[in-house]
Write a protein that binds this ligand. Structure first.
Ligand SMILES: Cc1ncc(C[n+]2csc(CCOP(=O)(O)OP(=O)(O)O)c2C)c(N)n1
Length: 274
């Protein structure tokens, strides 16, 4: 498959952001987690259109790279690339957050292809990803596992059990990405979950840590390139991001963590992404 250029990936990220907003609009009065999704749209673009090996037309292909969204509330940022890829139809997209939908407000795994694991309760995705990566090692499978966590989510103790497990078992087929946007649910993250402290902690636990600008496509491309993984060592990419990135009103504004978009907010935001 031909590699996309940086500009083309930037366009994909824009498209992902637009779909996130469309989904939030479809959710209507239910509202949706918009800021947490916009935060990692560039990461999603690089994962789905550059770093990961998979076949959109054959989502169950055994050798596909896996992506687990551990911060499940950011699900718009997971549905969006699957919609852009055509793995979720535009028709199904319109059911988002409605009764009986497979596209719930958190990834539910109701038979939806492309969703590797349900999430929503924070702190579990890395453990699951460790299991998947360990299985690949033991059974000599070639796929790579990527998992995305929030910086606030790093406050969950279970994350650190998984961090230890991955290092101990030399899971060099595993890349954890921390969406370090500096915010969590109720405001800014604790100083111990600030990106520089997180980098030191993951390093201390034996991971190969890379710090990148989470909105710089080139930096992300380099950091998420699985062929550059360090042997016998899992990789942690601390991505310095801006919550709500791409929409002026939403950036670093935690009122957009979960929001019911008004018509004006939706139209203004979509205009910015033209
Ligand atoms: C175990 C658990 N506790 C609390 C919550 C409620 N919750 C939803 S989002 C969130 C904040 C997460 O912050 P962070 O991981 O930094 O994500 P982001 O800021 O990118 O949304 C919390 C506490 C949850 N989903 N799971």
């Amino acid at each position: 498959m031909m590699k996309l250029t940086t500009q083309e990936l930037e366009q994909k990220a824009k498209e992902i952001r637009r779909v996130c907003l469309e989904l939030a609009k479809i959710a209507g009065s239910e509202g949706a987690h918009v800021g947490p999704a916009l935060s990692f749209a560039d990461i999603a673009a690089v994962l789905y259109f550059d770093a990961m090996t998979y076949k959109p037309e054959e989502p169950d292909w055994e050798e596909r790279d896996r992506f687990i969204l551990s911060k499940g509330h950011g699900v718009l940022g997971l549905y969006a690339p699957l919609i852009v890829q055509g793995m979720i139809s535009r028709e199904e997209m319109r059911t988002f957050n409605h009764d009986f939908t497979r596209l719930a407000g958190h990834p539910s795994g109701k038979g939806l292809k492309g969703i590797e694991h349900p999430a929503g309760s924070l702190g579990h995705g890395l453990s699951v990803s460790c299991g998947i990566a360990y299985d690949a090692k033991v059974n000599k499978k070639t796929y790579h596992t990527y998992v995305l966590l929030g910086d606030g989510e790093n406050g969950e103790g279970s994350v650190w059990e998984a961090v230890m497990f991955a290092a101990e078992h030399g899971l060099d087929n595993l890349t954890a990405i921390v969406d370090a946007n500096g915010y969590q649910y109720g405001g800014v993250v604790d100083k111990w979950d600030h990106w520089d402290n997180l980098a030191e902690k993951w390093k201390a636990f034996g991971w190969n840590v890379k710090i990148v600008d989470g909105h710089d496509i080139e930096e992300l491309r380099e950091a998420l390139d699985k062929t550059k993984s360090k042997t016998n060592c899992p990789t942690c990419v601390i991505a310095k991001t801006i919550k709500g990135k791409g929409i002026a009103e939403a950036e670093n504004n935690n009122n957009w963590h979960h929001i019911k978009l008004s018509e004006t907010e939706y139209c203004t935001a979509m205009k910015e992404l033209e």
